[in-house]
Design a protein around this ligand. Sequence first.
Ligand code: MRU
Length: 343
Amino acid sequence: MDQQFDEKLTIFWDSDAIVLVDQTKLPVSYELVRITTLNQLINAIKTLKVRGAPALGAAGAYGVALAAQSNKNRSIVKLKAHLHLAAKSIIETRPTAINLFFGVDRVLKAIEPCITVEEAREVALNEALSIAEEDIVANKALGCIGASLLKDGDVVMTYCNAGRLATVGWGTALGIVRSAIQEGKRITVYACETRPLNQGSRITAFELLEDNIPTTLITDNMAASVMKQGKIDSVIVGADRITQTSVYNKVGTYMLAICAKTHDVPFYVAAPLATFDHESSVVEIEERDANELIFCRGKQIAPLSVQVENPAFDMTPKELVTAIITEEGIINNPHRATSINRS
Ligand code: MRU
């Protein structure tokens, strides 16, 4: 079998605008939105029109480039000051995914030596374009490396959406599935719906079915029993940030890792090196609006006065992770490993 997959981009630059897939409309409609102002971008990130750590990295980088193109300042000093403020407002949108900081920071660093406004605009855009391009290259490399861990006939469980739509293209966890299928392996996927915002059912199931990859949707609370029944060969998830000790990903990942350990199912994390944070020991976990739990698609499903906790992410200790798959190789037993196995 030589299956070809759609290479549609989740986010790209088009003449004077950022264009992105509005993920809040999925799976009902696939719509592109043109972002022409910084405020529109900030709103798109906060409302999860664009989401997923690597896609946020590109969004942040394009955001600084957009701020550079649209600022009419003729002084390079003032332009740089303006871009630092723009960068600050972008990174304040979502605190957990390190890729957002990485993308913004790379563009700011690239324009540092620029001495004219024109040069800074060009450099900012080129740097953002490179970040976007590098994301696809990294995901494809990571996909090929990760595919070696899957056998013909394997069933993979995944969580949230770590696919094409969480990245600029191809995907991380789902990129591994795509690469394995391209190698001729028959892989099927169990997608957990991922409450409360249902990235699993709305986005993962959508993109897998678009690629004709056999997919079974389950509620999050079915994961343990499905593993107990022996239906799952491995769990593969993405990451928003990987520190020395832990993997930060969509809330519920920790629970899945514990279930995998209990049922002797390998638990893999797929992430590009841009998701690694070698410095922080304390990571802010984004707390989202209580209404995401009290309402579902506009319908009230809980008492308005109920107290709500709604963190977007949780922290999985590396002890529960079998391996981390990167574009440069596999980190086996990451709680003990100090290097990447590049063989
Ligand atoms: O809140 P989201 O939808 O941005 O959360 C996304 C995730 O948790 C993904 O698993 C993670 O960003 C990795 S995407 C390759």
